[in-house]
Design a protein around this ligand. Structure first.
Ligand code: IVH
Length: 682
């Protein structure tokens, strides 16, 4: 039997972990370092292993605890799961006809209050909570009967296993399970790199994951959830409006999308439709429209249903993000690192709000796996700000003269050998900077907004400069003068002057931008920032060995090797030196002139009263290890350490997604850094 103390400890751990999960997965603002979280989690797992009777169904350890199922049991919905009527009309007419129908049925001329939401493109799910504990999750099925997918739903970390302050005897929450674009892209990139099948779109990703019989497999594909309504409710009187119901669900700890608005009248609906359309690409997930709902529950009741659709709600759709078109040809594009990308040349098609005539086919294996032939009718997807891609073919429409694709063995731009290394999915041109295509891409990358930010240096100009032999390497850019530029075709004196001005301005940069601009393989913007923060000086990065590089957060062996290889090339060192000679410069981090300490480049902010240390003490310890301690929180803050009564700085940290630690986490870090330093110097 578990003793009292074990019981109390387990309950406390469950509470703490649920709280941290809420911060991490629902509020998107982690509150403790991952390692600390893992420690708590393991402690709970151990306790439950020793005393199985302590294992409750809402324990966080039970998220992936199911066994492989033979099938999904049917679940009869206590309240049917309905669908909604769809409008595809333009913003104005769709909104006005819905509003007119509502007013007509209610026989009123008064403006109606609506709640506007997004129409998430995923899978509808009913979550059943009994006395606040998640007991069952089911798909919509035919609306009357769905499938029991509880095991897989439990693996979704933003779905609380236990509701906060919810007194309802029974509360069924309805909402959409979806896969974020980031998780979808990451999953596909990982699969692609290993030559494994990819997901067609996030919706299929979500649906396929939920219908996995092995919960371990679902747990590997990250899903999310938004609540948008109620099913059966007992022992709780929901608020009088839909918007207040959503607020209540949010207060129970359920994720509710913030992109919603309470408005009055048809024009406001149309405005919402348009406002969301403008930011559709920038949303972190796919939507296929917006939903308008009459806000008052009393009016909803009065409006009732037609067949199986409520009269009080409508889905107002946007243009589809997938379309069919014909693949006319496949061309090869040579990227900055020599990667050969097969690009689909399409019969132009309107998809996801724009006309698309090129789409990526990623690589040779993927073309083979999807069985794409030139001449096929293909499915094109364009969603978010990622480049359009071919996601599949319609085999039934394959013409007799369709032909398969063959990867060339010589670079179509420079004729160099094409190689495909073992275990790699990508074919590469071996021409390096001899290949004009690679040179052009390297220049464009160097000049791009997030790198050196050279305004006015676009692809047309880069083509001209490279093709006419004016520019051979990155430093040549900074040797351009007004006379040379003005002599180019389609280049006026004024634009030449502007470009020289922009070049001059770009030289004053930051270390991380400069590093990113060099185009070292595997060194993206984030890694460049991490490197700059960690080392503080370019020389330190150029001289660093694998071991030192591995000390940088998120730098693994592949990235470290790539950095070492880059700076081992005399030619690359030469490029760096020349760029600096030509005026590229940045502010060096303070206090790092001759010594790099474990926390060099990190900025901390201390706030509130810490349990054992004074703030001055904490500050002195952090500074002794090379960290900077700042007075206010900004995007550059590495971490905020918060004690009791922390105020606005803590709020600001959450707003900016800056990690927030408590004193225990800080002590752990100080301890680790201190021993690292001793090891390094001893
Ligand atoms: S309300 C009675 N709200 O769209 C009203 N549905 O046909 C029930 N959906 O597959 C639905 N986002 O899963 C509602 N904000 C939202 C939604 C939404 C997506 C899906 C839903 C169902 C379909 C409705």
């Amino acid at each position: 039997m578990a003793n009292q103390e074990a019981m109390r400890r387990a309950a406390r751990l469950r509470r703490e972990i649920a709280e941290y999960d809420d911060w991490y997965y629902v509020k998107d603002a982690p509150r403790i370092p991952d390692a600390e979280y893992d420690k708590l989690f393991r402690e709970l797992q151990d306790l439950e292993a020793n005393y199985p009777e302590l294992r409750t169904p809402d324990s966080p350890t039970q998220r992936v605890a199911g066994r492989v199922l033979d099938g999904f049991a049917p679940v009869r919905h206590a309240v049917p799961m309905l669908s909604i009527r769809t409008e595809t009309d333009t913003a104005a007419s769709g909104a006005f006809s819905f509003d007119a129908r509502v007013k007509n049925t209610l026989e009123t001329v008064d403006e109606i209050e609506y709640n506007c939401e997004l129409k998430f493109d995923g899978l509808a799910i009913n979550l059943r909570y009994e006395r606040g504990v998640l007991v069952q999750a089911a798909t919509r099925g035919d609306g009357e009967t769905g499938e029991d997918v509880t095991q897989n739903i439990r693996t979704i970390r933003c779905i609380p296993l236990h509701l906060k302050d919810c007194k309802a005897e029974i509360l069924e929450v309805r909402g959409e399970v979806y896969m974020s674009r980031r998780d979808f892209n990451r999953y596909n990139e990982k699969q692609r790199a290993q030559g494994l099948p990819t997901l067609v779109n996030p919706r299929n990703g979500a649906a396929g994951t939920i219908r996995q019989l092995d919960p371990k497999l679902s747990a590997q594909r990250p899903l999310s959830f938004f609540a948008y309504g109620l099913g059966e409710v007992r022992g709780w009187e929901p608020p009088a409006t839909h918007s207040a119901i959503l607020d209540a669900l949010q207060s129970f700890g359920l994720p509710v999308c913030d992109e919603r608005a309470v408005v009055r009248g048809a024009q406001a609906l149309a405005d919402f439709h348009q406002r969301v359309a403008a930011k559709r690409d920038a949303l972190p997930f796919d939507i296929d429209g917006v939903v308008y709902k009459v806000n008052s529950r009393a009016l909803q009741k009065q409006l009732g249903f037609v067949s199986r659709e409520p009269r009080w709600a409508v889905a107002h759709k946007y243009p589809a993000e997938e379309q069919l078109t014909v693949l006319r040809d496949i061309e090869i594009q040579v990227g900055r690192t020599g990667k050969l990308t097969p690009v689909a040349k399409l019969v132009p098609v309107f998809v996801g709000g724009t006309t698309v005539s090129n789409a990526t086919l990623h690589n040779e294996d993927e073309i083979r796996r999807k069985d794409v032939h030139i001449g096929d009718t293909v499915i094109v997807r364009r969603a978010g700000d990622v480049i359009p891609e071919v996601v599949g073919v319609v085999l039934a429409r394959r013409p007799a003269d369709a032909r398969p694709f063959v990867m060339p063995t010589a670079c179509p731009v420079c004729g160099s050998h094409v190689v495909r290394e073992e275990g790699e999915a990508d074919a590469r041109c071996t021409g390096g900077l001899y290949c004009p295509a690679q040179r052009k891409q390297a220049l464009l990358h160097f000049a791009s907004r997030r790198a050196m930010d050279i305004e006015g240096l676009g692809d047309k100009l880069v083509d001209q400069l490279v093709d006419e032999g004016i520019i051979h390497s990155l430093p040549d850019l900074y040797r351009l003068d007004v006379a040379t530029l003005a002599a180019l075709e389609r280049m006026a004196e004024k634009s030449a002057q502007n470009l020289v001005g922009a070049l001059e301005k770009s030289k004053h940069t930051t270390l991380n931008r400069f590093l990113f601009a060099l185009g070292i393989r595997h060194v993206g913007e984030t890694t460049a920032k991490d490197l700059a923060r960690h080392f503080g000086k370019l020389e330190a990065i150029m001289d660093a060995g694998i071991e030192q590089l591995l000390q940088v957060p998120d730098v693994g062996p592949v990235v470290a090797q790539s950095i070492v290889d880059f700076f081992a090339e005399a030619h690359n060192k030469e490029v760096v030196n020349e760029l600096r000679k030509l005026g590229a410069r940045w502010e060096e981090h303070e206090g790092t002139a001759d010594q790099v300490l474990p926390l060099t480049g990190k900025t901390f902010v201390l706030t509130g009263t810490l349990p054992t240390m004074s703030r001055d003490e904490a500050k002195a310890k952090l500074e002794a290890l090379g960290a900077k301690v700042a007075g206010s929180v900004s995007k550059k803050t590495s971490c905020v350490v918060a004690g009791a009564e922390a105020g606005s700085k803590l709020d600001r940290a959450r707003e900016l997604n800056v990690p927030v630690w408590d004193e225990a986490a800080l002590l752990g870090l100080l301890h680790d850094s201190e021993s690292n330093r001793k090891n390094a110097s001893g």
